[in-house]
Write a protein that binds this ligand. Structure first.
Ligand code: NOJ
Length: 560
């Protein structure tokens, strides 16, 4: 039996503040810029805003390297601005969830500055320090952002662990004092009135004791240590403790970002009985277009893989935990360029992808710009890219590894995180109306055709279609809570499924290709349509049992 909850019935909108809206002309988005756009978001119909980090940070990783958890980044504004934002949101009945980045801090955090001073400093044990092994790093783990996961610090002749950049040292969750500091900080924000947290790589916080070398069959310079820190031995204990110590007294929403989580683990994280989290961000569907060598190893999506994966999550968490539903965020390429077609079928395919996602069971997340069908970017020069992951990878492969720069650029065009980080295209004026200054990262040149002003004015736009999708979810509990069942599992172009709830049913049929394909409702599917709820082709007819789907067509029928 699924329990009802406000966060299950909500639609979340993610803001990546640096690229959202600049109010003061310094080329960087800011909090006042967000306030200016709250009515736009309210009109879209979302309920919750997840704000990527706005804390003080040297910005090695755009705010995911925090030097003060209780202060606002100067470029974004002041604590007063932030309080005004929360106020203005609550006035509009919008909820705010903050990003919690506590697997690591910045190396400029005062804890780390103390920690590196001496081996007996009271903060030493807030981080993970080890002596070298045979004059080398303590183990062979590689960092997500290229190179070793260890950095040598001359001062005390030891190395510290950083699973991300060397300016993001990992916090030591084995230390109860550190854990208490984190819980206190969380309560400080909760007492300010926020409505929850999105927790950055939160399933990385428990490392296998001894930090063993990772298997390295190919003899690479550095290996992936992920099995020694993803979903580690004490993770459930830590998250349960966090719940008891920081969250239990508040009616808030929590979602944990969890690379490498599978359904079985996710059940444990999200089962309400266990009192850990409410949702996780899993990555399976985001990894389906990667080859064996990871994200830069490009591979076309096979729709059947998407069905297998999504269906496993839909049925796996049903009645136990709760799914988060997303196709975009600040780390992923734009979905219309990725699983859709960002050329002649941009509008149609973006609507199809939105339909596919928003009709599933779970809480949908929209990433800024998705609602107007923003696309990937191709900068000619590597110098125009800003993301540390891209820049480090390019350096490692091209400058140090002599790989073909054109091939590496191709993978950046397809998978690079800056695809999602170009400024939001508000209108057709200079710099897309994002800033009156020089934007911190170049604007996508297609802003004259693709922008929010155009989308709001055009009733057939992706924006208005998303509004409808959101409204449908509010109107029909079936869309929120219904059971999911996949149909036509073997079809390589059509993704179709049903939902059922208290005697009502939904039929969702989507064409993931630019070809025309025949849909025939299988005889064993017991469904009788009463009305067509939505379609991305306005002239779609009521014939739900057998019809020809046009390129990227999506239809949703409600019935019994
Ligand atoms: C996941 C965040 O979403 C990403 O942007 C960041 O680089 C890493 N975690 C490290 O904090």
């Amino acid at each position: 039996m699924t329990h009802k909850a406000w966060w299950k019935e909500s639609v979340v909108y993610q803001i990546y503040p640096r690229s959202f809206n600049d109010s003061n002309g310094d080329g960087i988005g800011d909090i006042q810029g967000i306030i200016e756009k709250l009515d736009y978001l309210k009109d879209l119909g979302v309920d919750v805003i997840w704000l990527s980090p706005v804390y003080q940070s040297p910005n090695d990783d755009n705010g995911y390297d925090i030097s003060d958890y209780q202060a606002i980044m100067d470029e974004f504004g002041t604590m007063e601005d932030w309080e005004e934002l929360l106020d203005e949101m609550h006035k509009r009945d919008l909820k705010l969830i903050m990003d919690l980045v506590v697997n690591h801090s910045s190396d400029e955090h005062k804890w780390f500055e103390e920690s590196r001073k001496s081996k007996d400093n009271p903060y030493r044990d807030y981080y993970i320090w080890r002596p070298g092994k045979d004059g080398k790093e303590p183990n062979n783990w590689g960092s997500t952002f290229s190179g070793s996961a260890w950095e040598y610090d001359e001062n005390t002749d030891e190395y510290y662990l950083h699973l991300f950049s060397k300016k993001q040292p990992d916090l030591n969750w084995e230390n109860p004092k550190l854990r208490q500091e984190v819980y206190d900080m969380m309560k400080w924000w909760l007492d300010k009135g926020i409505d929850g947290f999105r927790m950055d790589v939160i399933n990385f916080i428990s490392k296998v004791p001894g930090l063993p070398d990772a298997p390295n069959p190919e003899g690479k310079k550095y290996a992936s240590g992920s099995k020694y820190f993803m979903n580690g031995p004490r993770i459930h204990e830590f998250l349960h403790e966090m719940y008891e110590e920081a969250l239990a007294d508040y009616d808030v929403m929590t979602v944990g970002e969890m690379p490498g989580v599978n359904v079985e683990e996710a059940k444990k994280y999200t089962d309400p009985e266990r009192k850990e989290l409410q949702m996780v961000f899993q990555f399976e569907h985001m990894d389906l277009d990667s080859g064996p060598n990871g994200k830069w190893d490009l591979k076309p999506l096979d729709l059947r893989d998407l069905k297998t994966s999504i269906s496993r999550w839909q049925t796996g968490l049903h009645g136990v935990g709760w799914n988060s539903l997303y196709l975009n965020n600040h780390d992923q390429p734009r979905i219309v360029s990725r699983f859709g077609n960002d050329k002649e079928y941009r509008v149609i395919s973006a609507k199809m992808l939105g339909t596919f996602l928003h009709m599933l069971q779970g809480t949908p997340y929209i990433y800024q710009g998705e609602e107007i069908g923003m696309t990937n970017i191709k900068f000619d020069s590597i110098d125009d890219y800003k993301d540390i992951e891209i820049l480090n990878m390019y350096k490692e492969k091209v400058e140090e590894g002599n790989e073909d720069p054109a091939k590496v650029m191709e993978s950046i065009y397809v998978k690079g995180r800056d695809n999602a980080r170009t400024p939001i295209q508000w209108d057709a004026s200079e710099n897309a109306g994002f800033t009156t200054g020089e934007p911190w990262i170049k604007v996508n040149p297609n802003y004259k055709e693709i922008n929010a002003e155009q989308a709001v004015a055009d009733e057939d736009s992706i924006y208005h279609y998303y509004r409808q999708l959101i409204q449908l979810r509010k109107k029909h509990e079936l869309i929120v809570y219904g059971d999911y069942e996949l149909i036509l599992p073997e079809h390589d172009k059509i993704y179709a499924y049903t939902r059922s709830f208290e005697g009502e049913k939904l039929l969702v049929v989507t064409n993931f290709s630019e070809e025309e394909v025949e849909f025939n409702l299988p005889e064993n599917v017991d469904f009788e349509a009463k009305e067509k709820l939505i379609s991305n082709y306005p002239d779609a007819d009521d014939n739900y049992q057998a019809f020809t789907l046009r390129p990227y067509e999506a239809r949703v029928y409600k019935g019994v």
